[in-house]
Design a protein around this ligand. Structure first.
Ligand code: SF4
Length: 235
C-alpha cells in the first residue's frame, strides 16, 4: 500500500474531508494535518497579513510539528522582517526563511532595474513563485492563510485541495473566515501582527508594490497601476 504522504489525493476523498471539516475550527484541520503528515507539512507565513499570524498562533499553541516557511523576497518592509524575528522569539519557534536564487543586484544585472515596475509577473515569478516551489519540495502538505473573500480568484478556495502544481495537498484552514473573524482572533489571543496594518495598509507584500489606501481590509494597494491582484503563488 502506498503511504498517504506519497500519493495523490483524489476528488472523492477531498470532498469527504471538506465535508468533515466544514464549520469546524481551524485548529481541527491543523491538528489533523500534523497527525496525517507527521513532520511533512509546512505553513507559509508572510508576516504581512493577519491570517498567517492566526495560523502560526494555533500551530504554536498546540505545539504542532508543522514547519513555518517565510518567503523573503529581499524587498519586504522593515516592519515585516522585525515581525518575523519577534514572532520567532515570542513563540519559541524556528522560521525557515527562503530567499530567491538571485540577489537584487544580480536580478538587476540580468533583467534591468526595478523589474517590479516593468514586469511584476516576471519579478514575482523570480522572487516568489520559484522560491516557493523549491521550499515546498520536501513537504507533502502546504498550509496557507488565504480566504475566499479576499479576491475573485480565491472565492472557490476549499479547505483541502490537491495542488497539481506542487504535487501536494494544499490546506486553507481559514478559507471561510471573514476579515472580522481574523481580527477577532488576533485581539482575543493577543497575536502579534504587522504594525503597518494600523497605518492604512489593508494588505502587505513587497515594499515597492504595496501602497497605503486607508482601507481596513481587502487587497487594495497591491501592484498599483497594474491589473494584477495575485503574485502567482496561489494561482
Ligand atoms: S510583489 Fe513586487 S517586488 Fe515583490 S516579487 Fe512581486 S513584483 Fe517583485
Amino acid at each position: 500500500m502506498v503511504p498517504d504522504q506519497l500519493r495523490e489525493w483524489h476528488a472523492a476523498e477531498l470532498q469527504a474531508l471538506n465535508a468533515q471539516f466544514a464549520g469546524r475550527p481551524p485548529e481541527d484541520l491543523l491538528i489533523w494535518a500534523a497527525e496525517q503528515f507527521s513532520g511533512c507539512a509546512a505553513l507559509t507565513c508572510s508576516f504581512g497579513g493577519t491570517a498567517g499570524m492566526v495560523l502560526l498562533d494555533i500551530v504554536a499553541r498546540h505545539d504542532l510539528p508543522i514547519a513555518i516557511v517565510f518567503l523573503d523576497t529581499d524587498l519586504l518592509f522593515p516592519e515585516t522582517y522585525r515581525l518575523a524575528e519577534a514572532a520567532a522569539r515570542h513563540y519559541g519557534i524556528t522560521v525557515e526563511r527562503r530567499r530567491p536564487a538571485l540577489s537584487i543586484v544580480e536580478q538587476e544585472a540580468r533583467h534591468g532595474p526595478a523589474l517590479y515596475d516593468r514586469d511584476p509577473d516576471q519579478c514575482c515569478g523570480l522572487r516568489k513563485v520559484v522560491p516557493l516551489a523549491e521550499a515546498l519540495r520536501p513537504y507533502d502538505a502546504w498550509i496557507s492563510g488565504i480566504r475566499r473573500d479576499q479576491t475573485a480568484q480565491r472565492a472557490s478556495t476549499e479547505l483541502l485541495q490537491w495542488s497539481a502544481k506542487h504535487g501536494l495537498l494544499k490546506l486553507s484552514p481559514l478559507a471561510t473566515w471573514s476579515e472580522r473573524e481574523v481580527w477577532s482572533y488576533i485581539t482575543a489571543h493577543a497575536v502579534p501582527y504587522n504594525p503597518l496594518l494600523d497605518q492604512g495598509y489593508p494588505s502587505l507584500g513587497c515594499a515597492p508594490c504595496t501602497l497605503p489606501t486607508g482601507a481596513t481590509d481587502g487587497r487594495g494597494g497591491r501592484w498599483s497601476g497594474f491589473a494584477k491582484t495575485e503574485c502567482g503563488i496561489h494561482t
